[in-house]
Design a protein around this ligand. Structure first.
Ligand code: SF4
Length: 334
């Protein structure tokens, strides 16, 4: 890792909000394509623990982490338990959805972020779900210690495990700015290891990361998504790059970077789903492609009339895995 680069990224961050151990950032639920033409309901728990050991330049997840270097033992399980109770209160009579995502804004298999001594209790709290999804940096998968942790947790949960990892981009110009501390080969090997152990892989790809030429960003997003699929990811999620962590804004003005627009996200997704349906060999259609809509409202290039309509179209495309016609409301001023 380039220490001075990391230091600069950290120096430019706005002040870190105070988080308390054992207090989560809440939960959300959604319907995801199940890969067989249907939908599966999934619930995401946003857990708070210690900060990730890496310092990716576009990352804003550090805002949801503790000041301590190690997550206090037991605090992850406490959050899951509390969130289970919270969901039961907010939606009385609700049953567990099929999948649960335990997103801890860092690396699930880094012992500093989630103690292996908590795996047993976490696994017990996942009983009743049919898949457990966690996040981890791909480069850590090369270590035997991490591999052992992954396999131990997989065996404890007794249902399929899915590991989500950021590929981010294959654009060499953007990789220079990412500070991802990971090579493409490491990512590929991590996918191979997980697939070899019958663990599902979800990959994250960025639309228009810092350093990617604006007129090439859709092309690089498509290339990266397709490569993640070709390497063995069962799911690839395309995420519009966000600003707001200080470093992105600092560099943006120097290199002429702009945040991706709604139209770019739509173009990328239309092409990704459209072409892949025509050419299954090239695109490996066993892979599910989705776009991340959590920050849709912050994307430029929509108006009050069309924004919700366009959001809903992409959401339906996420679920149906096919391109839908695009006829925004007539009064749209975009
Ligand atoms: S590995 Fe993930 S959590 Fe860690 S800095 Fe990079 S993007 Fe953020």
């Amino acid at each position: 890792m380039d220490e001075s680069f990391s230091s600069k990224i950290r120096r430019l961050r706005p002040p870190k909000p105070l988080r308390r151990a054992g207090e989560s950032m809440g939960w959300t639920s959604e319907q995801e394509p199940d890969g067989q033409g249907g939908l599966v309901s999934s619930r995401t728990y946003f857990l708070v623990g210690s900060e990730c050991r890496f310092t990716c330049s576009m990352c804003d997840l550090w805002k949801y982490t503790l000041g301590e270097s190690h997550t206090p033992l037991g605090s992850i399980a406490v959050q899951i338990e509390t969130l289970h109770e919270q969901v039961s209160k907010e939606i009385p009579g609700s049953k567990h959805p099929e999948w649960i995502k335990l997103y801890n804004a860092s690396n699930f298999f880094d012992p500093a972020n989630v103690s292996p001594d908590e795996y047993d209790s976490i696994a017990k709290l996942c009983k009743g779900f049919r898949r457990v999804v966690v996040e981890n940096h791909a480069s850590m998968m090369a270590s035997k210690k991490t591999q052992d942790s992954v396999l131990r947790f997989r065996d404890l949960i007794e249902v399929p495990l899915e590991v989500a990892m950021g590929l981010e981009t294959m654009d060499p110009n953007a990789m220079k700015w990412l500070n991802k501390s990971m090579s493409l080969e490491q990512f590929q090997k991590a996918v191979e290891f997980l697939n070899g152990e019958e663990i599902f892989v979800r990959s994250f790809v960025l639309l228009q990361p810092l350093g990617t030429r604006l007129d090439e960003s859709v092309e690089w997003a498509l290339k990266s998504c397709r490569q993640a699929a070709a390497w063995g990811s069962q799911r690839v999620s395309l995420i519009p790059t966000r600003s707001g962590n200080g470093f992105v804004e600092d560099v943006a003005s120097q290199i002429g970077w702009e945040p991706p627009t709604a139209s770019q996200l739509e173009n990328a997704f239309d092409t990704l789903l459209g072409r892949s349906l025509e050419n299954q060999q090239v695109d490996n259609r066993s892979c599910i492609y989705t776009v991340d809509l959590w920050d849709w409202k912050t994307l430029a290039g929509t108006c009050e009339v069309c924004s919700q309509w366009r959001h809903d179209r992409l959401e339906r495309m996420n679920q149906l895995q096919r391109v839908l016609e695009s006829h925004p409301p007539r009064a749209c001023t975009c």
